[in-house]
Design a protein around this ligand. Structure first.
Ligand code: BGC
Length: 715
């Protein structure tokens, strides 16, 4: 490390101001037309990094811009012909898979399987780094409570603790033990900060987040990414209460570096520097560049605002050369840590595609949440006569999800393909919506059970893809009603990117499998669960509301003076007069084919002194778990805490730990959680971590609504 610091200083001392600014410049991959101009920039040392994409389309289109030959040639120019031979960092949006596509991140979060998430990101890193990608703009850690926001699919849902655990797995999976080893990639925690709170779920909109909420809800995932060693952070497009993050030294420097201890570099979001004008805080481009760099934003994505303006600003003293040096230092340090100076070129790489597909299938299988299983309709027998209906039976692209710029549907199976291979009885298939008196109804009469493949298109999710109504499309609801009228039992498979409103469909469906947008092997994963080869084990990382009008609805809400919160049935009468906003399926919820018996929650001590807590003593909370059903299965045991009296109002429940365990039928185990200061405290609005004396309620079980309370006192 020290060595790197010395090398950085030595290099920095040889660079002109213009070359230094070049390190801060991240243009995107040139088109044929602009390629010579681009090479000239590289030759002058004016390109620090390349966003590997052409006309970045916010993850909504497949992207070319992958060619080892091209990037090696650009790198050769940088290394051999630019003044100081500094290699270029190539960055791409490899969000939930490269060629092998894993479930959307919200689905991954539902797996509650940290190891598998980590392994998957290590697979992703090896695939992408074999194609010149050094750096990926993931994980996306934006806490989101509004499912209308299209980008909710890219994050981990409504819970800061889940966000923190996933952040650690993704960063460690991508960056590996040693970042410079072949097959590892630099991670980027984004979008810092508060982007998921965009008003009305409308992308890029303003946000209002108090510092109390910021420290306790929005920052924990970033804090965890920093702790896991994330090398880069992307600042977000939004403002918080009138302060654009792009130009905020409070958020980018005081909090990110000061409070969280981040020491890598910050990249802007796409064109965000120049957008400071549109946000109404900068007069011209020079103003934009000055404000962003002075705030602590090191690298400028796409808009050339730094390259075009910083030299003059340094000459005039509006930006100090030391501020510029500091940003260059951070970028060069990460390049050295990545080993770019020793290994600037990509010669491809080998990976086992079969293993990656298997991991993608396993993760998709574990992400599936079984929401309903009336009279144990599932699993289906492979010899049953089944009617398969609905628009997603033959769909492939939506299974891949948004932000999948390198995944292909060629060679991929859809649900019908896999069911054809799996079913031993008769399989009747009716395509599309089948809304007339047609084969879908006729086939339903002929079969023992109807499987309906439903959901939302990938194109309604992702960046700039907010929706105003989170219900299933009316045609699908009509189709459910029509099939229901045949009197047959219905299994609904929901391929959704976001939480959807469930009330209208949950009564009509006898069994419900929430499959998300599950990736390359998603259809196989669904059949693994549908036919009982694997017992479902996913749990909801977000609440599924009854009605779209009930949002925002999230489990970690605070109480109020006159109880209005219906999540825990506090007082439904005080809520809306026309409906009761209890969740249709709460946070942490997910059924299994087996039955798990939880023992009584035990604590090794119901009193602990504050001094002991602050000195690292922990309370042991344990519970026995027995698989008393007929399936080998996995269960995610969750522990929630509540502080009934504190200086600042605390949530009615907060997830503070989870363990996913695998138990064969008849097997029993003991789950132990250790609760210490980290779990017992919270942040003041000033960002101080405080642990207060008083009572803590502890709940251990299968979702956030469990009631088997134990109490401890911190005295
Ligand atoms: C998105 C980022 C993405 C960047 C580069 C932006 O529009 O907000 O998440 O990494 O584009 O494609």
């Amino acid at each position: 490390m020290e060595n790197i610091a010395l090398r950085v200083e030595e290099l920095l001392s040889k660079m002109t101001v213009r070359e230094k600014i070049g390190q801060l410049n991240q243009p995107e991959t040139p088109t044929e037309k602009t390629i010579e101009e681009f090479k000239a920039l590289v030759r002058k040392g004016e390109v620090g990094s390349i966003l590997m994409s052409v006309g970045a389309t916010a993850g909504n289109d497949a992207q070319g811009a992958i060619s080892n030959e091209f990037y090696n040639e650009i790198q050769r120019i940088a290394v051999e012909e630019s003044p100081n031979g500094i290699p270029i960092l190539f960055g791409r949006d490899v969000i939930h898979g490269h060629h092998t596509v894993f479930p959307i991140p919200l689905g991954m979060a539902a797996s509650f399987n940290d190891e598998l998430v980590k392994k998957s990101y290590s697979d992703i890193a090896s695939e992408a780094s074999a194609e010149s990608v050094h750096w990926t703009f993931t994980p996306m850690l934006d806490l989101a409570r509004d499912p209308r926001w299209g980008r909710i699919i890219e994050g981990t849902g409504e819970d800061p603790y889940v966000g923190a655990r996933v952040a650690e797995s993704v960063v460690k999976g991508l960056q590996g033990e040693n970042l410079s080893d072949k097959g590892n990639m630099i991670a980027c925690a984004k979008h810092y900060i508060g982007y998921g709170a965009s008003e009305g779920g409308r992308d890029y909109h303003r946000t209002e987040i108090t510092d109390y909420s910021l420290f306790n809800y929005y920052l924990p995932a970033f804090r965890s990414a920093v702790k896991a060693g994330v090398k880069t952070v992307m600042s977000s497009f939004n403002d918080i209460s009138g302060q654009p993050i792009t130009s905020s030294s409070y958020y980018l420097t005081d909090i990110l570096r000061g409070k969280l201890g981040f020491d890598g570099f910050v990249v802007s979001d796409y064109d965000a520097v120049i957008q400071l004008k549109k946000q109404g805080v900068a007069r011209d481009n020079a103003d934009c560049a000055k404000m962003a760099l002075n705030a602590g934003l090191d690298m400028d994505m796409h808009d050339f605002c730094y390259l075009d303006n910083l030299e003059k600003l340094i000459e005039s003293g509006e930006v100090s050369e030391e501020t510029l040096n500091e940003s260059v230092r951070r970028i060069l340090t990460v390049k050295m840590e990545k080993g770019l100076f020793e290994n600037p070129y990509c010669y491809g790489g080998e990976y086992d595609k079969i293993v990656h597909l298997k991991d993608a299938e396993d993760l998709a299988t574990e992400s599936i949440v079984l929401l309903k299983n009336e009279n144990n309709l599932l699993p289906l027998s492979k010899s049953a006569n089944i009617s398969l209906v609905g628009p997603y039976a033959t769909e492939k692209r939506s299974l891949l999800g948004s932000w999948c710029i390198d995944g292909k549907t060629d060679g991929m199976d859809n649900l019908l393909d896999i069911m054809r291979k799996t079913c031993e009885g008769k399989l009747y298939y009716s395509c599309g919506y089948g809304l007339g008196w047609d084969s879908s109804a006729k086939n339903s009469y002929l079969s023992d059970v109807v499987v309906m493949a439903l959901g939302e298109s990938w194109s309604c999710t992702g960046e700039a893809r907010a929706v105003s109504d989170i219900s299933l499309p009316p045609e699908q609801i009509a189709l459910i009603k029509k099939i229901k009228s045949t009197g047959k039992k219905i299994v609904g498979i929901l391929f959704c990117g976001r939480p959807i409103a469930m009330q209208e469909i949950s009564d009509d469906l006898d069994a419900i499998i929430y499959a998300w947008h599950p990736g390359s092997c998603g259809a196989q994963a669904v059949c693994n669960v549908l036919f009982g080869d694997v017992s479902p084990s996913g749990k909801l990382p977000v609440t599924l509301p009854k009605l779209a009008t009930h949002i925002p609805l999230y489990y970690n809400v605070t109480s109020s003076g006159r109880p209005v919160n219906c999540y825990y049935n506090e007082n439904p009468a005080n809520c809306y007069v026309d409906s009761v906003p209890t969740p249709c399926y709460p946070f942490g919820f997910g059924l299994s084919y087996t039955e798990f018996k939880y023992g009584e929650t035990k604590i090794d001590n119901d009193k602990i002194s504050l001094d002991e807590v602050l000195n690292g003593k922990k309370i042991k909370v344990s519970v026995s778990l027995e698989n008393i059903g007929d399936f080998d299965a996995k269960e995610t045991v969750q522990i929630y805490l509540r502080t009934p009296v504190a200086k600042w109002m605390r949530p009615l429940r907060e997830l503070k730990g989870y363990q996913k365990v695998s138990l064969n039928k008849g097997e029993k185990t003991e789950i132990i959680f250790e609760i210490g200061a980290e779990e017992l405290g919270y942040y003041s609005p000033q960002g101080e971590f405080i642990v207060e004396k008083g009572i803590r309620e502890i709940y251990v079980g299968e979702n956030c609504l469990i009631e088997n309370k134990k109490e401890i006192t911190i005295c």
